[in-house]
Design a protein around this ligand. Structure first.
Ligand code: URP
Ligand code: ZN
Ligand code: ZN
Length: 464
């Protein structure tokens, strides 16, 4: 049986127009007028926008540390993704220090297998560089993992030195893969933390003082210099500062291939949250930290001017009770990260499109089309076109609601957006032609998400 979606307005990265969509099996097979035939299942999208399913290029589900793991695993995380109009996530599988990339991948396969409600892929985070890891990059590519991540911070756990970054970038260029970078200077951060603690500064409000703007700017400048020497493209995750973005713009003018991701928290939440009473500021401890209004405005400008390519979430949730509280006497022990996969698109609509900062096509570009292109999922994902996967979200942007910890799908005991109004109520989500979410409910209890082997990296201008 075919599905026909009738009466909606299709929105892509470039267009906005009224038409029906016909889906056969997993694919879109026709777009046009009056597509209904006898026996079709009809879904009405009257008065609604139909967007391509969101692609969140940055989640951490079931990320484990020595004694604890993130609050959301692949089950709750991918349910929350669907509830927020995201049909594909790319999570960070991680190599533990001293282990191989294949061991890291096996671990992430175990964590995710049979648990995902939306489609998914992995980037592979590299924590050790050596000849055998260099060889394993090719194994990863053969297994559908065509992007990697390197941290310039989190010393002794994940941080990589400049020499190894250079070698990794040379190898990425050789194989045509992309490395994403967490740009903060980990050595400087550790010294600033020591300095703060030696002065008795141990509450959450000191977290941002140990990760100032310069720490991000310096790491970005250094990375771009190394990338130019290696002649390799790079992707910068969770950019939080205007100064960092200005370094990217300078490098692009020199001809560098750099992609930039930011996140809703760096556009909507400012650093006044660290002044909250008692331990409340711990809810906003993440890296990089929240910034002041000047930076928020500078990033919105960057979105409008195509200086920022994608909006991911960096969803990395820890419960306030029991997990964030690990740092009750010492901010540097608070697990870093916040939830967000469920609210990415509605937040961007409410605080970006509705306020006139960006238009709806730009929203689609940032949250679906560009991540799909950059990470080798396009045109299967990230578009509404004949031949693309039937990943569609029917949104009623006239409806609004308020975010609360109680009404979220995230499996975490707080939300950094408590009390924030959002516009956009999802009527239906289709994943490869299957209706998987309708009016506030996951349909059935079947995990329909599939691992998507990514083959080729496109870049934002690609049409492959
Ligand atoms: O605070 C954050 N961002 N935690 C998640 C891990 C990372 O740095 O991306
Ligand atoms: Zn990071
Ligand atoms: Zn992250």
């Amino acid at each position: 049986m075919s599905i026909v979606i009738k009466g909606g307005t299709i929105v892509t990265a470039l267009d906005k127009y009224k038409a029906d969509i016909r889906i056969d099996g997993e694919k879109i097979v026709a777009i046009g007028d009056d597509l209904e035939r006898d026996g079709d299942e009809i879904i009405s999208a009257k008065g609604c926008y139909i967007l391509p399913g969101g692609v969140d290029p940055h989640t951490h589900f079931d990320l484990d540390f020595e004694t604890y793991s993130t609050a959301d695993d692949f089950e709750s995380g991918t349910k929350a993704a669907l509830a927020g109009g995201t049909t594909t996530i790319i999570d960070f599988a991680t190599q533990d220090k001293g282990k191989t990339l294949n061991q890291g991948l096996d671990k992430w396969n175990r964590k995710s297998k049979g648990k995902t409600y939306c489609d998914y892929g992995f980037h592979m985070a590299i924590s050790d560089w050596n000849n055998s890891v260099s060889g394993e990059i090719e194994d990863m590519v053969n297994k559908g993992i065509t992007s990697f991540k390197i941290y310039m911070t989190y010393k002794n756990i994940l941080q990589m030195n400049d020499g190894d970054i250079y070698k990794a970038l040379k190898r990425s260029k050789e194989l045509g893969v992309l490395i994403a970078f967490h740009c903060e200077n980990g050595d400087l951060i550790d010294s600033l933390i020591d300095e703060a603690k030696s002065q008795g500064k141990k509450s959450p409000k000191y977290h941002p003082l140990t990760k100032p703007i310069e720490v991000e700017k310096e790491a970005i400048t250094r990375l771009l210099q190394i990338a130019e020497m290696a002649n390799a493209p790079v992707y910068i995750v969770h950019l939080s500062t205007r100064k960092g973005l200005e370094e990217v713009i300078k490098a692009k003018l020199r001809g560098a291939e750099v992609y930039v991701e930011s996140c809703p928290q760096y556009l909507i939440l400012d650093d006044s949250h660290y002044e909250l009473e008692g331990f409340e500021g711990a809810k906003y401890v993440l890296s990089p930290p929240l910034r002041n209004k000047e930076n928020l405005d500078g990033l919105w400008r960057g979105l409008k001017l195509n200086e920022i390519d994608t909006i991911g979430t960096d969803h990395c949730s820890f419960n306030f009770r029991g997990q964030k509280e690990l740092g009750i006497d010492d901010f540097s022990k608070i697990p870093n990260g916040i939830p967000g996969v469920e609210h990415r698109i509605s937040l961007l609509y409410t605080y970006g499109v509705k306020t006139g900062k960006i238009d709806i096509n730009k929203l689609v570009q940032l949250t679906s089309t560009n991540p799909a292109k950059i990470f080798g999922l396009y045109p299967k994902k990230g578009n509404i076109a004949v031949g693309s996967d039937g990943d569609l979200v029917i949104w009623d942007f006239n409806k609004s609601s308020v975010i609360t910890a109680k009404n979220q799908f995230h499996n975490v005991d707080y939300t950094p957006y408590e009390g924030y109004e959002i516009h956009g109520e999802i009527q239906h989500v289709l994943l490869r032609g299957n209706r998987v979410f309708s009016r506030g409910k996951i349909i059935g209890d079947v995990q329909k998400g599939k691992f998507i082997k990514r083959v080729k990296l496109g870049g934002v201008n690609s049409n492959v």
